[in-house]
Design a protein around this ligand. Structure first.
Ligand SMILES: Nc1ncnc2c1ncn2[C@@H]1O[C@H](COP(=O)(O)OP(=O)(O)O)[C@@H](O)[C@H]1O
Ligand SMILES: [Mg+2]
Length: 376
């Protein structure tokens, strides 16, 4: 566990880090996110004692690191920076093993471990272990940099904009490799970036910083759904729905008071209800809001027996969706099934809401229009 307690850093009379406090539990992937100069690197460097706080304490495992041996502390950590920092005259194998060797961990298992980690980041050991850094692309070098940081089996891995210099495709591949790696290794990772996309992809929680302060520290989902203020809202950007639609949930956009009728309601009353509420579909539910079927206006057109109950006219087999499914799931369903209306039903069969084709279109267009208005 890493804990910052009221940490402040003053450089030459200027407050760079302004009273920040947070806790990172073991095994969590935290991304420090913010614009250039907001204090991300300074925060990161206070974890491995490259920078000491002016006041406040940084604790690891409940102990103030100020009193710990710096070398011993750094041995518990991996560190990856943007300027990869591989030694040009050493092979990839030598580069990867150098720090682990200094830590003199089980030397026999060294190559085995290197091969395993290289496999995780898709860097073929047979091809590259004996190659020199100059023979590798930037992306491959950074993969080697990541392997090196994980070689010592560190408790904590610090990563400062490690992928910022890579092209988008390489970057996305190496991000995926890191996600897979973390799923297996479960280290505590503190990762710095100025890129919202990257933060959303990688983080368990994102710490948004501005001017040396923490503005919001929460899961990607909560930050997208409940941005703390206009700074965060601007940082996210109004067109987020297009780039992270998986975070928009059905329950956020559904109609919460769908028009319902009892299974025994006779057809003429159903017609009256549809007319009065201006809908073309009724959810057929009992008094506990358990859904039995869906009654469409077209099933009522020209019927002879106006006393026929809703339950004999409704569709019993209907598609429904859970309130937690994403807008991507919704679009897929509407596309595949050619639906106009979709009941939102929880796991107990209780109706919670309704999605219509126009709800979806409105949600999407509202985002698009607000995006255009703000000129983004
Ligand atoms: N050694 C230093 N001396 C003086 N100012 C510094 C020093 N290191 C960083 N700063 C200043 O502190 C602020 C935060 O820097 P930094 O933590 O590197 O930000 P970030 O990583 O978010 O871009 C910047 O304004 C930077 O100029
Ligand atoms: Mg920085």
């Amino acid at each position: 566990m890493i804990e910052f307690k009221h940490v402040t850093k003053v450089f030459h009379g200027t407050t760079i880090i302004d009273d920040i406090s947070f806790v990172i539990p073991d095994g969590e992937f935290v991304v420090l996110l913010g614009e250039s100069g907001c204090g991300k690197t300074t925060t990161l460097k206070m974890i491995n004692k490259l920078i000491a706080p002016s006041s406040g304490t940084v604790e690891i495992g409940g102990r103030d690191i100020a009193g710990m041996d710096t070398i011993a502390l750094r041995r518990r950590m991996g560190y990856v920076i943007q300027q990869i920092g591989l030694f040009p005259h050493m092979t990839i194998k030598e580069n990867i093993e150098i720090i682990a060797k200094m830590n003199s961990k089980d030397k026999d298992r060294m190559e085995e471990n290197a091969r395993k980690l290289m496999g995780m980041v898709n860097l073929d050991p047979d091809q590259y272990l004996d190659a020199y850094p100059s023979e590798l692309s930037g992306g491959q070098q950074q993969r080697a940099g990541v392997v090196r940081a994980f070689m010592t089996e560190p408790e904590i891995v610090l990563m400062d904009e490690p992928f910022s210099a890579l092209d988008p495709i390489t970057r996305s591949q190496i991000q995926n490799a890191l996600i897979d790696m973390q799923a297996t290794l479960k280290r505590t990772i503190v990762f710095v970036t100025h890129d919202m996309e990257e933060a959303i992809r990688l983080a368990d929680r994102i710490c948004i910083m501005d001017g040396g302060k923490i503005i919001q520290f929460d899961t990607p989902e909560n930050i997208l759904k409940y941005p703390a203020n206009d700074f965060v809202r601007n940082f996210i950007g109004p067109k987020r729905i297009w780039t992270s639609p998986e975070y928009i949930k059905t329950r956020d956009i559904m109609i919460t008071d769908p028009v319902c009728c009892h299974p025994k309601l006779p057809a003429f009353k159903c017609i009256e209800l549809m007319g009065r509420r201006k809908v073309d579909t009724l959810m057929v539910t009992d008094q506990y809001r358990r859904i039995y079927g869906v009654l469409f206006a077209e099933s009522l057109i020209g019927i002879q027996d106006l006393k026929k109950p809703a339950e004999e006219l409704m569709y019993q087999t209907f598609t429904s969706v859970s309130p937690d499914s994403s807008i991507v799931d919704l679009l897929t369903l509407f596309d595949e099934k050619h639906l106009s209306t979709l009941p939102v039903v929880d796991s107990q069969g209780i109706i919670e809401g309704l999605i219509t084709r126009s709800t979806l279109v409105n949600t999407l267009s509202r985002q698009f229009i607000s995006g255009k208005e703000e000129g983004k």
